[in-house]
Write a protein that binds this ligand. Structure first.
Ligand code: ADP
Ligand code: 5GP
Length: 201
């Protein structure tokens, strides 16, 4: 059976990662979203166990001590982490796993899982990034300015990824990511079994 793809998507806050991932998940039933844990407070409409597992700092530290994370990082003053549970099992079952995580976490995963697919999402411009994050209306002034200040440094780390996609329109970005996944699924290294014609004529 084909092993699932480990797909990692990062990009500066407000680029549109969540929006583009939602579209991909709606269109690609074989892709499973990895629900992260965080100590950040839920935004209006966010549901525990859907967008994130919302934990207290103490609970998060217990998960760290119990080695429940594939990776975790402090991002904009809160902890975020990828729960290890079932990722390997699901990949072996053939599910593709989609991790939407920050650059620090992604680089840690890249070391552990070099056959993952590392995609960096860029905004069309910094001005548009600012418009999007302001337009989302979820950040207080302090969090907004922290996210914008970090954006340029985060974007530079994108040079260490495998693929870059500009989120100009949601449709274009999703189509380009689908093209990446199609090409990755066709790699010889992922299809060695297809070359075995059981002894030939
Ligand atoms: P992120 O998950 O990267 O922080 P979001 O998915 O929350 O970003 O998107 C930030 C804001 O930008 C949201 O209000 C979203 O509706 C909007 N947005 C996302 N992608 C686009 C796009 N291609 N064009 C215009 N607005 C977008
Ligand atoms: P937000 O607070 O906007 O939901 O997310 C803030 C940042 O944390 C984003 O860059 C997002 O990709 C990142 N993030 C979300 N989940 C994880 C995770 O499990 N691990 C790491 N390292 N970063 C995460």
């Amino acid at each position: 059976m084909r092993k699932g793809l480990l797909i990692v998507i990062s990009g500066a806050s407000g680029t549109g990662k969540g929006t583009v991932c939602k579209k991909l998940l709606a269109e690609l039933p074989e892709v499973v979203y990895s629900i992260s844990a965080t100590t950040r407070k839920p935004r209006p409409g966010e549901v525990n166990g859907k967008e994130y597992y919302f934990l207290s700092v103490d609970e998060f530290k217990t998960w760290i001590a119990e080695e429940k994370f594939l990776e975790y990082a402090e991002v904009y003053g809160n902890f975020y982490g990828t729960p290890l549970n079932k990722i390997e099992e699901r990949l072996n079952r053939g599910d593709d796993m989609l991790l939407e995580i920050d650059v620090q976490g992604a680089l840690k995963v890249k070391k552990k899982c070099p056959d993952g697919i590392y995609i960096f999402l860029l905004p069309p411009s910094l001005e548009e990034l600012k418009n999007r994050i302001e337009g989302r209306g979820t950040e207080n002034p302090e969090s907004l300015s922290r996210r914008l200040k970090n954006a340029v440094a985060e974007i530079k780390i994108g040079l260490e990824y495998d693929y870059v996609v500009v989120n100009d329109t949601i449709d274009n970005a999703a189509a380009q990511i689908k093209a990446i996944l199609t090409a990755e699924r066709l790699k010889v290294a992922r299809n060695a079994d297809k070359f075995d014609f059981k002894g030939g004529f």
